[in-house]
Design a protein around this ligand. Structure first.
Ligand code: FE2
Length: 306
């Protein structure tokens, strides 16, 4: 596990930094950022607890060609629309998390991630998905505000672990954590002093009730679920990869899948089929009492516009 972020990077609810407009940012995002800095209605639950906010984007599938499309989806404008929407409605945020398939097999597209997120003045936590090139991701994003994998601790009592399920021997997109990383996770969760823990990864650790997708899930998902069971401090596990939303409440822990910013797959479907749901992302507020206030945000109309 990597060392913690500096404590100033992840602040409690009282001291969350506002996103400020910076040269190089799109005008719309800059205006949205200043609107957010001026104050927005707090999320449900805020005021009762001191919370730390994560805005999660996943399966952005960026291409080198900014006008490029994938299964009919122009992935860059869709991500930009999600980011601008989040800036208007949910910023300031304490961190952004991008949970894999950041690029679609084209490592040169990591430069776009730097352009979009590099000036936001919040930590941007990134983990690889099956379409990523982890070595290139680490090389191109080896500077602030990016953190690739590892873990961090919030000032309000959460240990947040970023797992790497990229699997070198993947045949068709499946993921695997491997015994070494699972042992490292076990140690990290055993040693964490925080009362609560949260795990991000790319691949679904539970069945999505969709046979084609489930064949490409996490090969050692059962082992991850056992680790979660062994450590009741883990209150949430969140992933992408399946391009759809899921909220599953198990005793003491919430399992969440977040829709893609690019395009969605039809849920509970035997085969792969592109859904007509719009781009989406997730907001997660972690309270100091162990509460998780989270919702999926859909860009209604976004699929038609872009
Ligand atoms: Fe994936």
């Amino acid at each position: 596990m990597r060392p913690d972020l500096p404590s100033s990077c992840i602040a409690g609810g009282d001291t969350r930094r506002a996103m400020q407009g910076r040269p190089g940012q799109d005008d719309t995002t800059r205006r949205a950022a200043s609107a957010a800095a001026a104050g927005r209605a707090p999320a449900p639950g805020r005021g009762r607890t001191r919370s730390v906010r994560f805005v999660q984007f996943t399966d952005t599938h960026l291409l080198v060609d900014p006008d490029g499309s994938l299964r009919g989806a122009h992935t860059l404008p869709r991500l930009r629309a999600c980011l601008e929407h989040a800036a208007r409605h949910w910023f300031p945020t304490d961190a952004i998390v991008i949970t894999g398939d950041v690029v679609h097999d084209e490592p040169a597209a990591y430069g776009t991630v730097d352009l979009l997120f590099g000036e936001l003045e919040v930590p941007v936590l990134v983990i690889p998905g099956n379409h990523d090139d982890p070595a290139e991701m680490r090389r191109q994003l080896a500077h602030e505000p990016f953190q690739i994998g590892g873990e961090l601790r919030t000032t309000n009592g959460w240990q947040v672990v970023l797992l790497d399920s990229w699997y070198a021997e993947s045949a068709d997109g499946e993921g695997r954590l491997g015994p070494r990383q699972l042992a490292s996770l076990d140690r990290a969760l055993a040693q964490g002093a925080e009362p609560h823990a949260f795990v991000f990864l790319h691949h679904p650790p539970v069945a999505m009730d969709s046979p084609a997708l489930d064949r490409l899930g996490l090969l050692d998902g059962a082992e991850l679920r056992l680790a979660v069971e062994r450590h009741p401090r883990v209150r949430g596990v969140c992933w992408g990869h399946a391009h759809q939303a899921l909220d599953l409440y198990a005793p003491g822990v919430r399992f969440m899948c977040t829709p893609a910013t690019s395009m969605q797959f039809r849920p509970r479907n035997a085969a792969f089929e592109v859904d007509d749901r719009p781009p989406g992302y997730r907001v997660i507020d972690l309270g100091d009492d162990g509460s998780i206030v989270s919702e999926v945000v859909w860009l209604e109309g976004g699929a038609n516009l872009i």
